[in-house]
Design a protein around this ligand. Structure first.
Ligand SMILES: Nc1ncnc2c1ncn2[C@@H]1O[C@H](COP(=O)(O)OP(=O)(O)OP(=O)(O)O)[C@@H](O)[C@H]1O
Length: 353
């Protein structure tokens, strides 16, 4: 099984926060087109609204914007909204796609006045490109180096004013000189259940799917605070409702469908539950070292650490301590088990399902 949470792999997890091919195709249709349609993120929205209105009143381009937050929270969507609100075209690229400073120079020199350049995963850009970006952001100018060695010369190239929208999963990963060149930094939070319900109702309308409010609530509760996951779960539940019922998504249909897909009531999937189950049943709740835990679930260390743990930690089910991984009381409760030391007989079998 490929648990890959980061690549657009063929066998992606249903609860992966990154996008696969099917997502990308459908996401375009589901993206909110303006700030009014964009659900949640009140603070970022309000601040951004001011930045854009002020820029429009001045008749200039908007300041550079940095958006930080986990995958699938709407950074790309927001960058498109920025361009739309400014009535400007948008160019989309990503840090890993820019290997050399020349790649960036080619993009920058072809921008038109006011254009929005969306640079996803900006923390993964190469160092020389990053340094070129400093000058481009500040002075709208780049030095293109022609030739090599002692004969190399820098030819200054003027750029039209543009707005850079950088996206990163962690603003802390950016070097301070780059971070400081953004006029506005917005941190995207995970969405609350009522916000996700609004996202789901909106997407259901666009996909022409009938859904009852409790059905949307059921899907929202399993979406790990992430609109991309909510939209993906909605599509799988729609399939189930269509094949096994009359197409209407009720709470019961949503719960049955997501049980079939192994996404539990709190959004944990099979891998997440395997890690927790091993931690509780084999190691009495810990502390246990990461490598030992990984062997116990038959996975790579990195898979457990990077794919399963972040969500378990965020949900308050697992803690990373200097002595190893420890389960919290909520983990025992979620799996319906009793912690050692309490009277309870639920911890007998190792692999009770
Ligand atoms: N606030 C929102 N309201 C409604 N839908 C949203 C919102 N945020 C995201 N979505 C939906 O979630 C999907 C993923 O959003 P988007 O691609 O913008 O995320 P992202 O943060 O850029 O992810 P990544 O970092 O992986 O590129 C899109 O289909 C979009 O329609």
């Amino acid at each position: 099984m490929n648990w890959d949470d980061t690549d657009a792999g063929a066998e992606q997890r249903l609860v992966a926060s990154s996008a696969d091919g099917e997502d990308q195709a459908i996401e375009a249709a589901l993206r909110p087109k303006d700030l009014g349609e964009f659900v949640g993120q009140e603070r970022v929205r309000e601040q951004l609204d001011l930045v854009l209105k002020a820029a429009r009143q001045r008749g200039g381009t908007a300041d550079h914007v940095l958006l930080s937050g986990a995958p699938g929270l709407g950074k790309t969507t927001l960058s498109m909204i920025i361009a739309a609100e400014m009535g400007a075209p948008i160019r989309i690229t990503s840090g890993p796609a820019i290997q050399h400073a020349g790649d960036l120079a080619a993009i920058l020199s072809s921008l038109t006045e006011g254009e929005v350049l969306f640079l996803d995963e900006i923390h993964r850009m190469s160092r020389p490109a990053e340094e070129m970006l400093y000058m481009a952001m500040e002075d709208f100018r780049v030095d293109v180096i022609v030739g090599k060695g002692p004969g190399a010369t820098a030819i200054p190239l003027e750029l039209p004013p543009f707005t850079l929208v950088g996206a990163t999963t962690r603003a802390g990963l950016l070097p301070p000189p780059l971070r400081d060149r953004f006029g506005f930094t917005g941190h995207m939070e995970f969405y609350t259940a009522p916000e996700l319900e609004r996202v789901i109702h909106r997407s259901a309308r666009l996909l022409d799917v009938e859904i009852e409010a409790p059905g949307a609530a059921e899907i929202a509760g399993r979406s790990r605070g992430t609109p991309r996951i909510a939209n993906r779960l909605l599509r799988r539940v729609r399939d189930y409702a269509q094949v096994k019922a009359d197409g209407m998504i009720t709470a019961e249909i949503a719960a049955r469908a997501l049980d079939v897909y192994d996404v539990d009531g709190r959004g944990l999937d099979r891998l997440d539950r395997a890690v927790l189950t091993a931690l509780l049943k084999l190691f009495g709740g810990g502390p246990v070292g990461l490598s030992t835990l990984a062997v116990a679930v038959g996975e790579e260390r990195e898979t457990v650490e990077e794919v399963a743990e972040p969500f378990l930690v965020r949900e308050g089910l697992l803690a990373r301590t200097p002595r190893g991984r420890v389960a919290t009381p909520a983990a025992w409760e979620h799996l319906g088990l009793t912690p050692p030391g309490r009277t309870g007989a639920a911890q007998t079998g190792l692999f009770e399902s």
